[in-house]
Design a binder for this molecule. Structure first.
Ligand code: CMX
Length: 473
């Protein structure tokens, strides 16, 4: 057994922090570090000059190396596989799934600090954000500092509350979410600093401030939407000494169930980042490249997340699964389920929650949620149905013969967990995804500005131009 595995077999509580921070644990770019910096901003002040030097030296020596070719099919095919983006926080392997700064999801569950005060075992999204931004596993103190800072920055302006309160309940929660994030732009540090003529070498600092404010305010926005649209009631106050997920759960009205709070910690951690090419990440990065501030950039990303082929799939999965249950019953036979699947496919629709643009195996984010279900709700009938679907759908999709990946993605499992704890309003689910996605895309925005990433402007062609290029008739 490798040193890494044997360390992992120790429980978090018994493993000394030093061994949890051992560089031997980390694959890829993640490292442990002896810095005394306690705030994330202090740490960034230390890291950014080092990274700028590293990138400059790398580009100088390897800048003219070739990353790949582009075919006509790729240009027409959603740019699948084209290597043209830099994304520091995570890299996706088609077989293995995501690694956050070199760490797989199970590794994150082992080494990232969990909630100390209530004996939680899932990683805190604060820990993951620190990891995404710095490449380092934070200490409990650093994570506590981040929780406190987000709690302190969490209030939203009155006019943003008014905007949300005046939305019709029929306006989709994701549209309300995007509206509110755009409105927060009113107080953007970056926009103000830019208009006052800030030097480009300092862009990252107001970007960082906006990012911290934005993440901090998301629970108040998201929970206000939830209460306005579904359950009513006044939002309680955020507790300054509690973690982000506890406070978010409290605003939603679910904090008395500690398993739900743990689910939120896991959910917000695993939905955060999925390298740079997915629609929400790439959009945020692209819009940010025009030096639009983090609010404008993230709101654009949210609009992409709201599409049914991307984040909205988690809403669609539940709708589809509940319809299946209502039509053929929770105890449906394999034959009934197959018939239902073929009706979906022959109706020209996709089976939501299955397939992926890059992954070619079961998404480890699906597996993490399945393991959570096995631990906390093993006898839930809907979980039973989702498990049964997992054993049937891949073979049917393979027989159908179109999708390159018949395995489930992250969205195939989140709904059943939320249903179990009573958060049943599936139109709301993508908002939770959005709160989490903010962590990954804003971590990258900080680095985009620190590394002086330029305006994105890839080349496009018309069909006529391409035909002419290849002498096609
Ligand atoms: N059900 C039925 N058909 C599917 C399918 C599915 N789950 N997944 C892919 N296909 C089809 C595609 O629609 C495509 O058909 P056409 O050739 O007729 O256009 C064909 O198989 C090839 O697609 P692909 O190369 O395998 O997949 P893409 O990279 O084009 O698309 C994705 C990826 C995720 C959009 C697609 O698998 C899909 O629509 N899945 C269902 C929706 C979903 O779960 N989305 C969430 C993804 C995760 C996320 O971003 O949150």
């Amino acid at each position: 057994m490798s040193a890494m595995r044997s360390l992992y077999s120790l429980s978090k509580a018994t493993r000394p922090l030093a061994s949890r921070l051992s560089p031997a644990l980390f694959l890829g770019a993640t490292r442990s570090y002896g810095s005394q910096a306690n705030s994330l901003k202090e740490r960034l002040h230390e890291l950014i000059p080092e990274k700028q030097k590293e990138v400059k030296a790398f580009k100088k020596e390897y800048g003219n190396k070739v990353l790949g070719e582009v075919t006509v099919d790729q240009a027409y095919g959603g740019m699948r596989g084209i290597k043209g983006l830099i994304w520091e926080g995570s890299v996706l392997d088609s077989e293995e799934g995501i690694r956050f700064r070199g760490l797989t999801i199970p590794e994150c569950q082992q080494v990232l600090p969990a909630a100390q005060d209530d004996g939680g075992s899932e990683p805190l999204p604060e820990s993951l954000f620190w990891l995404l931004v710095t490449g380092e596993v934070p200490t409990h103190e650093q994570v506590k500092g981040l929780s406190a800072e987000w709690a302190a920055r969490s209030d939203i302006p009155q006019f943003v509350e008014d905007i949300l309160d005046s939305c019709p309940k029929t306006l989709h929660p994701m549209s309300q979410f995007s509206l509110a994030v755009n409105a927060l732009q009113h107080d953007s540090h970056f926009a103000k600093a830019y208009s006052q003529g800030i030097h480009k070498s300092k862009y990252w600092e107001p970007t960082y401030e906006d990012t911290m404010d934005l993440i901090a305010k998301l629970p108040n926005i998201a929970a206000r939407i939830y209460r306005n649209v579904y359950i009513g009631g006044k939002l309680p106050a955020i507790e300054p000494n509690k973690d982000y997920s506890y406070n978010f759960s409290k605003l939603l009205g679910f904090e008395t169930n500690s398993d739900f709070v743990e689910l939120m910690r896991l959910y917000l951690t695993i939905h955060s980042d999925h390298e740079g090419g997915n629609v929400s990440a790439h959009t945020t990065h692209l819009v940010g490249s025009a030096l639009s501030d983090p609010y404008l950039s993230f709101a654009a990303g949210l609009n992409g997340l709201a599409g049914p082929l991307h984040g909205l799939a988690n809403q669609e999965v539940l709708r589809w699964t509940l319809k299946l249950k209502d039509t053929i019953g929770v105890d449906a036979t394999e034959e009934d389920i197959k018939k239902y699947l073929w009706e979906t496919l022959n109706g020209g629709q996709v089976v939501p929650g299955y397939g992926h643009a890059v992954l070619r195996k079961t998404d480890p984010r699906y597996t993490a949620q399945r393991e959570f279900a096995l631990k906390h709700l093993p006898h839930d009938p809907l979980f039973g149905l989702v498990s049964k679907l997992y054993s049937i759908i891949p073979a049917v999709l393979t027989e159908h013969g179109k999708t390159k990946n018949p395995w489930p993605n992250v969205d195939a499992h989140s709904g059943v967990l939320l249903q179990y704890y009573g958060l049943k309003e599936q139109d709301y689910y993508t908002v939770l995804f959005g709160v989490s996605r903010a962590l990954g895309v804003t971590a990258q925005l900080i680095w985009d500005r620190a590394l002086g990433m330029p305006l994105e402007r890839p080349k496009s062609f018309s069909t006529a131009y391409l035909k002419n290029m290849f002498g096609a008739k």
